[in-house]
Design a protein around this ligand. Sequence first.
Ligand code: UD1
Length: 416
Amino acid sequence: MDKLLIAGGARLEGEVAISGAKNAALPILCAALLSAEPVTFTNVPRLRDIATLLTLLQQMGVKVERDGDTVTLDAAAITEPVAPYEMVKTMRASILTLGPLAARCGEARVSLPGGCAIGARPVDQHIKGLEAMGAAVEVEHGYVHVKVPRLKGASIVTDMVTVTGTENLMMAACLAEGETVIDNAAREPEVVDLANCLIAMGAKISGAGYDVIRIQGVPRLHGATHRIMPDRIETGTYLCAAAITGGHVRLTGARTSSLDSVLVKLIEAGCTLKSEPDAIQISAPAHLAAVDLRTAPYPAFPTDMQAQFMALDCVAQGSAMIRETIFENRFMHAIELQRLGANIRIDGNTAVVQGVEKLQGATVMATDLRASASLVVAALVAEGETIIERIYHLDRGYERLEEKLSALGAKVRRTS
Ligand code: UD1
């Protein structure tokens, strides 16, 4: 298994390009299942999760062509509307095939994702929404079976804000008969990017980015070309990496409008930010100030940036309170950060971080994607060498991580 070796202490300086967003690309690639015509996507990041999804789509009968960051999918014939457990267990986002398959094929068999390191993560809202649209849904032997001659428009109010739930139901509704209204919808920029792709394919959607989305079903969607939005979490992670090292970094291809809640916290920590139309620059002080934060659905502070900010607070001046309201078990990184010398107390969904003078390199273990990112951020300032094990999590969500960090002057290497 690969490990990452990071020698802390280098101040990050320079410029790197931000990749396409993983969490936008995953639902958007699934949207190709809705059309019998080829759909082309650009700015698709080269990540393990994307490769897994493309393999899954291929198994369903979709023709996949990949040339660098351009992917063309041709779902003219879907021969096997099934997402097997072996694929879903490595990538929960496989559940995003459920809505499109139900809408296009009238049937789907998708494995239940099960829990993961950060919490239980049920998919009951996806199922309830499809049932409201007239589908017969049975959960048997760990699989969700959906059968329906044609989905019917419905009024759906989700019990909580769910990102992939909103995306699944929005995709399903595109081919339903009549109008679907999704109330309490997720407002994440990735939902808007998906809606824009679906609209380019001929869908009739209004309200994406707000909490009520209306979809007027159409009989079929056509081919289109869509560029995936930049990854706001990758952007935020590199901003944290620069911040913790007191660095000065410019990130190109970044879209700052989707990052307000993160940028505000970096400014509170003492960083100076300069937004450009297609880039962002950060200059960080020698000592960061501790910042409190509370995760919540967009536009509030993203749970996917909580771990990286905890790393900043570990070496900041003062103490910070971090509250996680989305996932019940998302402080796994705290234990590993403590191995680097951090002073963190956890009480339920709250972490209190008291900044320390310095962290020390140690061997730590990555437990999930963003937890791994926080260990990388912390390792950049830890004295001596940090060895991060189980970095396959990082490969799921960060394109060319070592290359990009090295380009900024970090001392990073991968070993097997
Ligand atoms: C997506 C993101 C993930 C991010 C998360 C929250 C993708 C591929 N993943 O995950 O990176 O951390 O949003 O911003 O886009 N819930 C239920 N029942 C459901 C659905 C959700 O109880 O049917 C709960 C979840 O357990 C969680 C909360 O709702 O506590 C929000 O989850 P959700 O927004 O669905 O997360 P994902 O879409 O899985």
